[in-house]
Unconditional design. Structure first.
Length: 589
């Protein structure tokens, strides 16, 4: 362990942005949280969120942008002030910066830039002055698309003037956060970095675009290294840097000066502290799923995290009320809902046993982890299993009937059923002579599919991921969907990413097409647009992915007086939905 800590030393060297000294090289970037109240102002929830990252060891915490009209509101109301925000972050041991943004894409660039006398720019300067007066340590200017900055001299001059005026007026170190870089030539990105350096920026922050968040860890390192060579100011690197070893390597080889950890610090606010203390095995790694962060933000909802349900609920979930009268609780089902329920019920002081029929915990997470690109989902299971162990939850092997388990073991006061869901089947396929699988069985058992074309029925997330699973194994795949469009039951970022992978893999998707039946190796289809009927071959087999139904074992039915259904056993949905459902129950019992 000592060797590991020594190798990670570069993370904990002190560093400078301008004259601002930072304790280590980890930066918490500005993240759109959705935690602001109905007035658009920050509140205790947001303060608790930032404070947790500061206490966890981040050297610099950057506050997400807000408009100048909120300054007066915050300063007038006793419930909150910029001074309080800065003070709490400082007390927690970190420095604090405020992001400035001109609402990219919503406004035209002012043409009158002389002496920075535009109303918009003056508003940003007022925000900056208020932050400086409140004790903030730095400012971050959110830039716009690098391609636009290069092509539009008016826009470029706007930011040059803003940086220059802020440097003169406010006298805080200025970080320039690059805008979208996707499809922008490297020379244009480097040109913008040199321009903002000359204008007064003390550091350049290279962020991740939402549509890049599914790329592999460290994918922006080559770009960061190129920027590092092009400028003389510090470079802050991002790009799914979710492990201490990767962060240390980037710093050691001089590809960047600081590491921006957004999603990694959502998953585990104590990432820096645990790393410094050599507790690497305790870190809850970001798995890059985007379920609670990017997806929620793009849907206009407050963010959370599949790995850390305490995001935005730090105060509530760090001080769970212990029950006065502990109950004996049996949780049936060791998937995400069951494990989450057991974890939080035990934390509240109940005596909890968890029964699972399979040799390993995890349920459908184990299926998701087999899909290419989702291997890190396994960390959900390992982290929850460790927390169950430390919380004293007893794991029971449910090798026989549930009724026998209930009779032979201590009869519980409360029964929590988290037995998940089962795949729906299509009766019209009974005439086929080729193998017919459910998507779940195919993925988890990795059945060998020989021969020709494979037909996947259902273009929801499970169907598309199954098609991708097969395509990566060299199979010729057709996806059939009755709806007029694919079922977008996941965020656009991921669906678009997946569709690109399917296109690259030669997968054909037929929408607006109903399955009429099957005979031998042929499936009969009905085009709902044209009314035509066609046959397609499915010599390699058929995979059914048309949804699922809740599963509640027969032995548990009729025990409604003390039975609680959670997760897919109550209503099939996403993993995050199941975990949130389990948490809500644990807080009620």
């Amino acid at each position: 362990m000592l060797l590991e800590v020594v190798l990670l030393d570069p993370i904990f060297f002190r560093g400078f942005i301008g004259e601002l000294e930072l304790e280590n090289r980890i930066v918490m970037p500005a993240i759109k949280t959705g935690f602001f109240d109905e007035t658009g102002g920050a509140n205790e929830r947001y303060l608790d969120f930032l404070e947790a990252r500061a206490k966890g060891g981040a050297a610099l915490v950057i506050v997400e942008a807000f408009s100048d009209n909120l300054i007066n509101l915050w300063e007038m109301e006793e419930r909150f002030s910029l001074h309080e925000l800065a003070g709490r972050i400082h007390t927690a041991g970190a420095r604090i910066a405020l992001q400035l943004s001109r609402a990219t894409g919503k406004q035209e660039v002012p043409q009158n830039l002389k002496n920075c006398q535009t109303e918009e720019m003056q508003g940003l300067i007022r925000v900056a002055e208020a932050a400086a007066a409140a004790g903030f340590d730095a400012l971050e200017v959110q830039g716009e698309c690098c391609g636009k900055m290069t092509a539009d001299p008016v826009l470029r001059d706007y930011y040059i003037n803003l940086l220059a005026f802020l440097e003169k007026k406010v006298k805080l170190p200025l970080i320039y956060r690059l805008g979208t870089m996707e499809s922008v030539p490297l020379d244009e990105v480097l040109h913008i970095c040199r321009v903002v350096e000359l204008a007064g920026a003390a550091a350049v922050h290279i962020p991740v675009d939402p549509y890049q968040t599914l790329e592999p860890p460290g994918f922006l390192v080559p770009l960061c290294a190129a920027v590092k060579k092009a400028v003389r100011i510090p470079v802050i690197a991002a790009g799914r840097i979710n492990r201490p070893e990767l962060a240390a390597e980037i710093l050691k080889h001089g590809a960047a000066d600081f590491i921006s950890m957004g999603r990694a610090l959502l998953a585990d606010p104590e990432f820096p502290r645990k790393t410094e203390e050599g507790r690497l095995e305790e870190i809850r790694p970001c798995i890059g799923c985007n379920e609670g962060c990017i997806n929620h933000y793009m849907a206009g909802e407050p963010i959370t995290c599949l790995q850390n349900l305490a995001v935005g609920r730090e105060r509530e979930l760090s001080n769970l009320p212990v029950v006065q009268q502990p109950k004996s609780i049996l949780v049936v089902g060791g998937g995400p809902a069951g494990m989450t329920a057991a974890k939080y019920l035990a934390k509240r002081g109940h005596r909890v046993r968890l029964a699972e029929k399979l040799p390993q915990l995890g349920g459908q997470i184990n299926i998701a982890a087999l899909v290419p690109g989702k291997q890190d989902y396994r960390f959900i299971v390992t982290c929850l299993a460790e927390e169950l162990s430390s919380s004293g939850v007893e794991i029971l092997p449910l090798t026989s009937s549930i009724k026998k388990c209930l009779l032979e073991e201590e009869v519980p006061n409360v029964l929590v059923v988290a037995t998940g869901s089962g795949a729906k089947k299509l009766p019209v396929l009974h005439g086929l002579t080729v193998p017919v699988f459910t998507a779940r069985d195919l993925i988890i058992s990795d059945f060998s599919i020989d021969g020709g074309q494979v037909v996947v029925i259902g273009a929801g997330l499970l169907g598309l991921e199954t098609a991708y699973f097969l395509a990566t194994r060299g199979k010729n795949v057709i996806v059939v969907e009755q709806e007029q469009e694919i079922v977008r039951d996941s965020a656009p970022v991921y669906i678009d990413h997946l569709l690109k992978k399917l296109e690259d893999g030669g997968v054909k998707i037929l929408t607006g097409t109903a399955v009429l039946g099957g005979e031998g190796i042929v499936i009969k289809l009905h085009d709902l647009r044209s009314g035509e009927t066609t046959d397609i071959f499915a010599a390699g087999g058929v995979v059914v992915a048309v949804g699922s139904d809740p599963v509640c074992p027969e032995e548990l039915q009729g025990r409604n007086d003390k039975l609680h259904l959670i997760g897919d056993a109550r209503l099939p949905g996403k993993i995050l939905d199941a975990m949130e459902d389990a948490l809500a129950l644990a807080l009620r019992l």
